[in-house]
Design a protein around this ligand. Structure first.
Ligand SMILES: Nc1ncnc2c1ncn2[C@@H]1O[C@H](COP(=O)(O)OP(=O)(O)OP(=O)(O)O)[C@@H](O)[C@H]1O
Ligand SMILES: [Mg+2]
Length: 252
C-alpha cells in the first residue's frame, strides 16, 4: 500500500501539488490521468523521493519514503522518469543491469543475470542487447529504460508515461506486460498516462489530477464518465461501451 498524506510541493508562490492524500492499495494497475501541468510527474517524483516534498508524507508499506535508506527503498520501489537521458555510453544490457544495483551493489550473481535476461526478453530487446542506448530509436530506448525498471524487481513500480514513443503494437504489449506483472506477480504498478482509453481498459483504478489536486479516484467505470472527464480536461468527451470497456471519443 502507498499512503499519501497531505503531499504538497511549491515553487515560489505557486503550489503545484496541493495537499494530496490518498491510498493506493497493493496489487493492480493504478493510472494517473490529468492535463499537462496538473502535477502528475511532481507527485510521482515525490513518492519516489526524486524530489523533496514541502509538506506531507509518503509511506510505502511500512517504509517512510523520506527516512528509508536509498538501497532499501530501491528494493521496494522503482521509478521510470518522464524524461530519460544518459551521460555515459552504455549498451542496452548494461543499462538494464543497472536495475540490479540495489540488490548487488555491482557484483552480479547468476540470479541478477537471470533478471536482466528476463527483462530484455519481456521487452523484446534480445536482439538489441549489445547496441548502445544512444543508437536506438525513441521507442526502443523507452523500452530499454522500462526493462531496467523491471529488472529492479520491486513490489511497487512507478512509471511516468511508459507509453511515450511506443507504436500501437508495443503500447498494447506494454500494457499487457504491466497487467501480468500486477495480476500474476502481485506487483503494484502506478503509471501516468495520457491515453484515457488505455487507462480505462487496463487499470484497476484511476486517479485524476487537476491543478495540483487529486480530484477523482475510482474504478474505470466511475471515472470514464463525460461529467468527470469534462471536469478533468475541460472538454466534452463522449463515452461508449465497447466490448465491455468504456471508451472515450474525443475528436470532433
Ligand atoms: N522545477 C520546477 N520549477 C518550477 N515549476 C515547476 C518545476 N517543475 C514543474 N513545475 C511546474 O509544476 C507544475 C506541475 O508539473 P508536472 O511536471 O508535475 O506536470 P505533469 O502533470 O506531469 O504534466 P505533463 O502531462 O505535461 O507531464 C507545472 O505547472 C510545471 O510548470
Ligand atoms: Mg509529467
Amino acid at each position: 500500500m502507498i499512503e499519501l498524506t497531505g503531499l504538497t510541493k511549491r515553487y515560489g508562490s505557486r503550489t503545484v501539488v496541493d495537499r494530496v492524500s490518498g491510498t493506493i492499495e497493493a496489487g493492480g494497475i493504478i493510472s494517473i490521468i490529468g492535463a499537462n501541468g496538473a502535477g502528475k510527474s511532481t507527485l510521482l517524483s515525490m513518492a519516489a523521493r526524486l524530489l523533496p516534498m514541502d509538506e506531507g508524507t509518503v509511506f510505502v508499506d511500512e517504509l517512510d519514503v523520506l527516512s528509508t535508506p536509498s538501497d532499501q527503498l530501491a528494493r521496494k520501489l522503482s521509478i521510470l522518469r518522464q524524461e530519460n537521458t544518459l551521460s555515459v555510453r552504455l549498451s542496452v544490457r548494461d543499462l538494464v543491469a543497472f536495475g540490479r544495483h540495489p540488490h548487488n551493489r555491482g557484483r552480479h550473481t547468476a540470479e541478477d543475470r537471470e533478471h536482466v535476461d528476463r527483462a530484455l526478453r519481456y521487452l523484446q530487446l534480445d536482439e538489441l542487447a549489445d547496441r548502445y542506448v544512444d543508437e536506438l530509436s525513441g521507442g526502443q530506448r523507452q523500452r530499454a529504460f522500462i526493462a531496467m525498471v523491471i529488472a529492479q524487481d520491486t513490489d511497487y513500480v512507478l512509471l511516468d508515461e511508459p507509453l511515450n514513443n511506443l507504436d500501437m503494437k508495443h503500447a498494447v504489449e506494454m500494457m499487457q506486460l504491466l497487467r501480468r506483472m500486477a495480476h500474476d506477480f502481485g506487483k503494484t504498478v502506478v503509471l501516468v498516462i495520457h491515453d484515457i482509453n488505455f487507462a480505462s481498459c487496463y487499470s484497476d483504478r484511476i486517479m485524476a489530477m487537476k491543478d495540483g489536486a487529486l480530484v477523482h479516484h475510482g474504478t474505470p467505470e466511475q471515472i470514464m464518465r463525460p461529467e468527470v472527464l469534462r471536469d478533468v480536461y475541460g472538454i466534452d468527451i463522449r463515452v461508449e461501451q465497447i466490448d465491455g470497456h468504456r471508451i472515450g471519443i474525443y475528436f470532433a
